[in-house]
Design a protein around this ligand. Sequence first.
Ligand code: SAM
Ligand code: SF4
Length: 470
Amino acid sequence: MNAVVTRNVETVPINYEKIEHTLAQSRRCDASQVREILTKALALKGLEPEEMAVLMNLSDPGLLNELFATARRVKEEIYGKRLVLFAPLYISNLCGNECLYCAFRAGNKALRRRALTQAEIARETELIIRQGHKRILLVAGEAYPAEEGFDYILKAIATIYDTKVGPGEVRRVNANVAPLTLDQFRQLKAAGIGTYQLFQETYHREVYSRVHVAGRKRDYDWRISAFDRAMEAGIDDVGMGVLFGLADWRFEILALMQHIRHLEEKFGVGPHTISVPRIEPALGAPLAGRPPQSVSDIDFLKIVAILRISVPYTGIIMSTRESPAIRRETFALGVSQISAGSRTNPGGYEEGEGEATEQFALGDHRPLDEVVRDVAELGYIPSFCTACYRLGRTGQDFMDLAKPGEIKHHCDPNALSTFQEYLCDYASGPTRQAGEARIQAAMGEMDPRGRQIAEKLVTKVRIGGRDVFV
Ligand code: SAM
Ligand code: SF4
């Protein structure tokens, strides 16, 4: 493979030789070096790639447990017990690309194509709101209805924000759509986007060209430079990700770190979130049934734990691609945001799951109410908070607040007030019971300042206030 990538079009340089060297060097480390790295991680300042590589090699059960225990402590220190919930909204499965792992790929004749109308998007939004969600991740294939073009996405965002159901509304729309031009990113920002999310899929150029065989997505550089354009357009809240199963996960994580450093050096801010999707079976996408470098469950847990301690202030997102059991394990190791009650087929909230139109098979089919109850019973606080985004606490402002631990005095009370809203407006009897008990327990665990703020907010909600936050 080429060492440093240099091409005429703008790109993000990923230094492959350096990654390979780091991975080779790390194999010679012993237990005392591992423990030194884990001790360093507890200072919450992150890790260097060389240190991450050492942890990637761990297989000794005792040392692995020490890694997981460290990740738990870091997660607890920064995120406490909070888990933020969201729902994806697939508005269209039209696509001009040939990503061999995806059911939406252009050549898949088994897929029924569909782009929701604005009325259908409003209806799907209504059903998501009725579940109790406040955050939506808009998702679409890389082709827009011909007569509308990119405006289709902008209109969809407006439709989602405009849809209200009683006291229910969507307070933050994030989007996972194909890389945009600078001007389109400006329009996306003006439409009120929260996070712009995009997965590089694989940072390995050769693998990338093998699995993206037609369409605009074949251009690796156009994709890897998307966050640069987003940030130039003023979107300082971006979500990165790798689709695990395409290339060696150790390589992917170190390349992802180089991408993060690139953004930090150029724009002074890294990603707000990292997603860790593993390839799931998908109709008409044979590669999805036999991923070239599939990631085992234990390696998957290692990925979450290593990311948690390496970029401690970056959120980690876990989707419903994974089973409830794996999801539960990753909550403790570092996940801070989860989707729930999801559908990956356009129109799926109205019509139910549908293999003929969906992107991939889900691993967790439970409705939001059941996930919320489970999460609460496990000792976490389900949060529907959107305060930072709405107060403009994004990018560097968010990091300034997050890093000294100050964010806790905002996040914990806001998590509890939005959880209380959910319990009052949407929860079933058993979930409400479990949730009220969880709120009481959480208040008992807070420091006096946090408790005072939280009690004020929760009481406001109980007597009818909505959308209260600090
Ligand atoms: N079409 C846009 C793109 O490709 O960037 C955005 C939406 S695409 C539907 C969202 C993500 O789904 C992709 O980036 C890919 O990582 C993921 N994906 C595709 N096929 C998958 C599969 N079989 N299992 C799990 N995730 C998959
Ligand atoms: Fe299209 Fe995205 Fe699926 Fe690729 S991953 S086929 S671009 S929807």
